[in-house]
Ligand binder design. Structure first.
Ligand code: PMV
Length: 327
C-alpha cells in the first residue's frame, strides 16, 4: 500500500499578531513540537480524515469545499482536494493526523495540519515545492479564518524564526548578524486550557478598528515599534530586553481587547517568578502564553504556575519534512 509520512512544526507568534493582518510587521518562531500526516491511497474514492478532532469522509470529486463548512476537517479536505487538482490526480486518500501539541490553542495547528497534509498527499503522486505548499496552505487557511496574514502557514512550511514585513517573509536565523545564540533561546509555552476562536477574535479586532480608528492606528504604530525594537534586541541577544518587549506586547494586546483575566494572571505569574517576559500568542481570547525563560528557573516557574499544561521549546529549524514513503 502506497503511503507518505510528513510532519510540520507548531508555531508561536512572538511579536505583532493581529496588526500583521493590517500590514504591520510580526516575528514568529517554529517550535519543536510537530504534527504528523500519514496519507495512504484507498480504493473507495473518498477523502477520509482521522485526527483528535474525529473522523470525516468526503466522496470525490470534492468540487465545493464550502459544502463542508461545518466539518472540523474542512481545511484538510480542502488541502487534499487542492493538491489533487494541482497534480490532476483524483484518487481516494486516507489521512491520519497525529499531533504532539494541542489544537485550537494559538500554536498554528490548523496551518501545521494543512501543510503536513499537502506535502503528504502530494508525495503520493509526485513532488511539490515548499512555495506551493505555502500557497495551498494559505488558501486552506482562508477557508477557516477568512483573512489570514499567512504567518502561520509560512512558519509551519519554512520553520525557523521569521520576520513578516512589507509583504515579505524573511528567515531571521539565516540573516547575517543573527547568530547561533538564537538556538539557545528557551521558551516556556503555557496552555491556558481555554479554547480560542481565531476567526471570532480577528472579527472583534476588525470591529474595534472600525469603531475607533485613531486609537487602533496608534496601537498599530506601537505594535510596529515593539516589533522593530524586538528585532534589534534579538540581534543583540539581549534576553532581558526581548522579555520586556514580550510583556509590553501583551499589554498592547490587552488594550486591543484580546486578552482576559486568565491570560493576564498567567503572564503575571511568569514574570513575577523570573521569566524574562511573557505574552499571549496568536489570536488571544484563550490559547497559549509564550514566555522567554532561563531554563535553570523552570522548576520555580512550574511551581508558580500550578497545574497548567506546559512545555519548553527552542526554535525549530525545520519546516515541513517528508519522512518516509512506503509502496
Ligand atoms: O491563534 P492563531 O494561531 O490562529 O494565530 C492568529 C494570528 C492572527 O494574527 C491573530 C491572525 C493572522 O492571520 O495573522
Amino acid at each position: 500500500m502506497k503511503a507518505a509520512v510528513t510532519s510540520a512544526p507548531a508555531k508561536a507568534i512572538l511579536f505583532g499578531e493581529h496588526f500583521v493582518v493590517y500590514g504591520k510587521p510580526a516575528i514568529a518562531a517554529a517550535l519543536k513540537r510537530r504534527v504528523r500526516a500519514t496519507s495512504t491511497l484507498n480504493d473507495v474514492g473518498e477523502i477520509r480524515v482521522r485526527s483528535m478532532l474525529g473522523y470525516s469522509s468526503i466522496p470525490l470529486p470534492c468540487t465545493d469545499p464550502y459544502l463542508y463548512e461545518y466539518d472540523p476537517h474542512r481545511h484538510i479536505i480542502f488541502s487534499a482536494a487542492s493538491v489533487m487538482r494541482l497534480l490532476n490526480k483524483h484518487v481516494g486518500v486516507d489521512i491520519l493526523l497525529e499531533s504532539d501539541f494541542p489544537y485550537g490553542m494559538g500554536l498554528g495547528a490548523s496551518a501545521a495540519t494543512s501543510v503536513a497534509t499537502i506535502a503528504s498527499v502530494a508525495s503520493l503522486f509526485g513532488s511539490i515545492s515548499r512555495n506551493e505548499v505555502f500557497r495551498l496552505s494559505l488558501e486552506a487557511e482562508r477557508l477557516v479564518h477568512r483573512n489570514p496574514s499567512g504567518i502561520d502557514s509560512a512558519v509551519c512550511t519554512y520553520g525557523g524564526l521569521l520576520l513578516f514585513k512589507d509583504g515579505r517573509i524573511e528567515r531571521l536565523d539565516a540573516r547575517d548578524g543573527y547568530n547561533h545564540a538564537l538556538h539557545a533561546l528557551r521558551f516556556m509555552v503555557v496552555n491556558s486550557g481555554m479554547v480560542k476562536d481565531t476567526g471570532a477574535m480577528v472579527m472583534k479586532v476588525k470591529a474595534r478598528g472600525e469603531s475607533s480608528r485613531e486609537e487602533f492606528a496608534s496601537l498599530a504604530e506601537m505594535s510596529e515599534a515593539l516589533t522593530m525594537q524586538a528585532l534589534y534586541a534579538i540581534r543583540c541577544n539581549d534576553l532581558a530586553r526581548i522579555g520586556e518587549l514580550l510583556t509590553l506586547n501583551h499589554g498592547l494586546l490587552r488594550m486591543l481587547g484580546v486578552s482576559n483575566d486568565t491570560l493576564d494572571a498567567i503572564v503575571c505569574r511568569l514574570v513575577k517568578n523570573g521569566a524574562y517576559g511573557a505574552k499571549l500568542t496568536g489570536a488571544g481570547g484563550g490559547g497559549c502564553i509564550i514566555s522567554l525563560i532561563d531554563e535553570a528557573r523552570s522548576t520555580m516557574l512550574l511551581n508558580a504556575l500550578g497545574g497548567y499544561e506546559t512545555f519548553i521549546s527552542g526554535i525549530e529549524d525545520d519546516g515541513v519534512i517528508i519522512h518516509r514513503m512506503y509502496t
